[in-house]
Design a protein around this ligand. Structure first.
Ligand code: ADP
Ligand code: NI
Length: 202
């Protein structure tokens, strides 16, 4: 069973693991954890292991494939954490939940996913939306050397390819409501950005 202390340890572990411009730092993790609590409360979800959900939210990005070294086992950092802090018993469950969060691995909604994974997935996706989602997208775009708005691989194209589609992929009602409102704001922003940029290309 995951305790509050395990969650605190997980947060501390993440502080030393991830970096900022890619959008996976401890502040992302804390927002995801708080989104998860907000969803659980708003939808009155009772049949859920809250501590396990928060634990997985805390550790969900430490083995992100984008930053993994060649040949490294899939959950190497999670495994390290579990060994170091005596959480071996939940390693398999945590892997299952964390694997459920990924957009690339789970592009369509899977109603059979366990509730902890559904909530954690929604909580992570909410942090890609709204004002924070815009900030993270442009930060990530800068980090990976993408252009702001020109071409198929620009940061703006990511809004159309992925971010605007997220509301319909949400598992929970609460996350869907928040997502719809956040995407509305993002669409306004992108329309304005496109109008401003068009003025310079005329
Ligand atoms: P997470 O699942 O933690 O949100 P991702 O690794 O999918 O993390 O993305 C991190 C942030 O970078 C998100 O806010 C996401 O929208 C953004 N991002 C991911 N891919 C791109 C891209 N190709 N262009 C711009 N932003 C991106
Ligand atoms: Ni994340």
């Amino acid at each position: 069973m995951i305790t509050k202390k395990d969650i605190k340890n997980a947060e501390k572990f993440v502080e030393g693991c991830t970096d900022d411009p890619s959008g996976h730092d401890i502040s992302h993790v804390r927002r995801v954890m708080s989104n998860a609590l907000r969803i659980i409360e708003a939808d009155n979800i009772c049949d859920i292991d809250v501590n396990l959900t928060l634990f997985c939210c805390a550790l969900h990005d430490i083995d992100d494939r984008k930053f993994a070294k060649d040949g490294e086992p899939k959950h190497i950092n999670l495994q390290r954490f579990c060994k170091l802090y005596g959480c071996d018993k939940v390693f398999d469950e945590a892997c299952e939940i964390i694997d459920g969060i990924s957009f690339t691995d789970n592009p369509i909604r899977d109603d059979k996913m366990r509730i902890e994974a559904k909530v954690a997935q929604d909580a992570d996706r909410l942090d890609a939306l709204g004002a924070i989602g815009i900030a993270r997208a442009f930060s990530y775009g800068g980090f990976t050397g993408r252009s702001l708005y020109s071409g198929r691989d620009s940061t703006v194209s990511h809004f159309y390819d992925k971010l605007f589609k997220l509301p319909e992929l949400m598992n929970t009602d609460a996350a869907r409501r928040i997502a719809v409102e956040r995407v509305e704001y993002m669409r306004e922003f992108i329309t304005r950005l496109e109008n401003e940029c068009l003025a310079y290309t005329k």
